[in-house]
Design a protein around this ligand. Structure first.
Ligand SMILES: *Cc1c(COP(=O)(O)O)cnc(C)c1O
Length: 372
């Protein structure tokens, strides 16, 4: 069997974030085992998906669930479902949307590189507000018309400026009979977000399976109200529709179920404490080095309520930030971090395995003290 190393690709230690370009997250043993076990039998795939989704819905206190091929695929399925509302003939001709409610309303300030998945459904984006604080409720009222399929809201503390609070969005959309889709792809932790958005009135909520849930990288979750989840399901494999191109296999289905089961049984307060301790240790250890300043940064880049360390290299540091990042990548283990401005890096405890934070610290000290 050819290994990753045989292909000349070097595995890395991820102190950056759960990023697709770094292969998402690491699956626990239970997820790996579930995927291997699932791979050895033929199954009626829709029956399996429905059964696993029902179990996930119960576990996450939602009416219904759909297993998707990632959060971006969840956006596509949710949009397609809201536009077609179970009409098979309409599903079959997407992305052609003539005669359908095909407008997807979203806040201009929340536009991001993932929202293209909405357009793949054939929908049209209608922007509301601007990037300044003060988007008013009337702006959203006026944007909703008899062509509106859904309002799409991107969750996260980092995307709140220029948007209305979700509760206001839900109230306005529902007054017009329009469903609300929430992209909460990276909004775990806190674990309560698995039910908090739907409890707050969102009709469909999207999570990535390959981020903190630690499921297969190419998996995701669509949670919410039965009616809207079912409309989305009709747009994907094994049926024929726009999301046939984003199908999930039995391995992803069973892997994601195991990942959700595992995620819900984690000791979340203990994890938060561990991450806080690791950030504290990074800050105190690295701040001792010449030319280096270190501080705690909160919340992190995805708006998750988890701290990270901000390390800045001043004029007296032995190397520049870019030299440091190159040295981290070239050493063993190779370490990936996020960049902070021109002279800094962020160290994020969330994607690291237990014990790796100390290794990251030691490598950084070694490089910054000129020992490697
Ligand atoms: C990561 C992310 C996605 C994409 O998630 P995938 O599971 O990789 O498809 C979509 N939306 C937001 C806001 C994200 O952070």
């Amino acid at each position: 069997m050819t290994s990753v190393a045989d292909l000349g690709v070097k595995p890395l230690m991820n102190a950056a974030a759960h990023l697709t370009r770094l292969s998402g997250s690491l699956m626990p043993d239970s997820v790996r085992a579930a995927m291997v076990a699932a791979s050895s039998h033929y199954v009626p795939i829709e029956e399996l998906e429905r059964a696993a989704a029902r179990r996930i819905a119960e576990l996450t206190r939602n009416e219904a669930a759909l297993i998707t091929a990632g959060a971006a695929s969840g956006l596509l399925m949710a949009a397609a479902g809201c536009m077609t509302r179970g009409a098979v003939a309409s599903i079959r001709r997407l992305p052609e949307t003539k005669g359908l409610k095909d407008e997807l309303v979203l806040f201009r300030s929340q536009r991001n590189m993932y929202d293209q998945a909405l357009l793949v459904s054939g929908g049209t984006l209608v922007e509301v507000g601007n990037s300044m604080p003060g988007t008013i409720a009337e702006d959203l009222e006026h944007a909703i018309t008899d062509r509106t399929a859904a309002v799409v809201f991107f969750a996260g503390a980092h995307l709140a400026t220029g948007a209305l609070p979700l509760a206001t969005v839900v109230a306005i959309a529902h007054r017009h009979g329009v469903p609300v889709i929430v992209d909460a792809a990276a909004q775990l932790p806190p674990v309560e977000n698995l039910w908090r958005f739907t409890e707050g009135g969102a009709d469909l909520v999207i999570f990535s399976g390959g981020k903190a849930i630690s499921g297969p990288q190419s998996s995701g979750l669509l949670l919410g109200r039965s009616e809207w989840v079912e409309y989305a399901r009709l747009c994907t494999a094994p049926r024929y529709g726009p999301a046939r191109a984003a199908k999930v296999g039995k391995e992803e289905i069973m892997g994601l179920l195991a990942a959700v089961e595992g995620y819900l049984t984690l000791d979340h307060p203990a994890l938060l404490e561990r991450w806080e301790r690791e950030v504290r240790d990074w800050v105190s250890s690295l701040a001792e080095l010449p030319g280096v300043t270190a501080s705690r940064d909160f919340p992190n880049e995805a708006g998750q309520p988890v701290s990270r360390a901000l390390i800045r290299l001043g004029a007296r540091a032995r190397l520049s930030r870019d030299q440091l990042v190159t040295a981290l990548r070239q050493g063993t283990p190779a370490i990936e971090v996020l960049l902070a401005g021109e002279d800094g890096i962020y160290l994020n405890p969330l994607p690291l395995q237990e014990g790796e934070a100390a290794i990251v610290c030691e490598r950084l000290r070694g490089i910054l003290e000129g020992r490697e």
